[in-house]
Ligand binder design. Sequence first.
Ligand SMILES: Cc1ncc(COP(=O)(O)O)c(C=O)c1O
Length: 397
Amino acid sequence: MLNAKPAEEQNQIAENQKEIPFGRPWIEDAERAAVMKVLEGHILTHGPLCHQFEDDFAAYVGGGKAVTTSSCMAALHLSVLHFGLGPGDEVLVPAQTHVATVHAVEIVGATPVFVDCELETGNMDLDILESKITPKTKAIVLVHYVGIPMQMDRVCDLAQKHNLHVIEDCALAVGSFYKGKHVGLWGNTGCFSFYPVKHITTAEGGMLISKDEKTATAIQNFRAFNYDRSFTERKIPGVYDVIGVGLNYRMSELQAALGVTQVAKLDRIQAKRAENFKALKASLEKVKGVRHVLDSNHPEGQSSYYCVIAILEEEIAQKRNDIVLALTADKVGCSIYYPQPVPRMKYYAGKYDTDAGDYKNAAVISDASIALPVGPHLDTEDMAVIAENLKQKIESI
Ligand SMILES: Cc1ncc(COP(=O)(O)O)c(C=O)c1O
């Protein structure tokens, strides 16, 4: 229990405190007008705005071909299906990630092989990853943890040496670069999420990118029933053929209208995130009880600054959930990324007999960290309020 201040005093703090949400979509008149324009027309799905969003997104990341999808999970699923992963195949996956990264492997019957992460970045430890490669290993499905880029040249060297596919989960990595190249363009595919708290949003939605045009085109078709021509390409309405089995993981025009408007302000969004991140990191480095803040440890790794992950000292970490609750009560939005290492989650723990010692850094991040907001809905004054609040909560334990 926290040594709480008297209830009246606590309520006073909470009342005077401006709300600092963890995430808030940045929706303005431009987004509302763009959606209304779609509704006033007659093309509600797989139309020109999806293509425009794809082109604008590819221009933002600086290359490759982009394909809109209904979510990041859909883009990951399409990737593993495209590369034919299935029973008997081993796929290296992070122990510390959103479960979607691993579900993509599990859902096709391949075997996820969990790899622990580094404590400084939250990204897979590449030495451990290499030690887990066997003749059955067919792919790496990696995550750029909260937008901190992995060292993709090392990943690609390993993949080439062992003939592995590389699927990048870039759900939180719009704006993450490694050695000047946007993530998602290093591996075979990159999968992005536009869920409401992400860098940009389409409500639900995702994007798959690939530096390889053939891969992107095949996945584009697969995403839409594997029709041989899209709605807009049909000379005779209703006439098409099918070139393979497929799914419907398309994005609607309403979502794409949001996407086009949001991409246009990505530079402003990223500048604000970077500014907030740097301010909060600097403040937290002076807070006793905060062990470190995760960040890229490579001079040429540029994060997308999704949030600040503060790792607490061991004795403070035991009260982490109390601190999270106390911050929330004082209207300081915070979260946990991610609540358990995936191999510790009920389904995976029941199915795969993993040793907790195999993912001890992932466990530290799940058990001893607090995720704090840096989104463009906030400014550096809010960062000072967050740091001061966390300091107070730690001191009052
Ligand atoms: C790393 C990661 N991958 C995938 C996803 C799933 O994204 P979506 O909701 O777009 O399927 C998330 C969601 O937060 C995530 O954090």
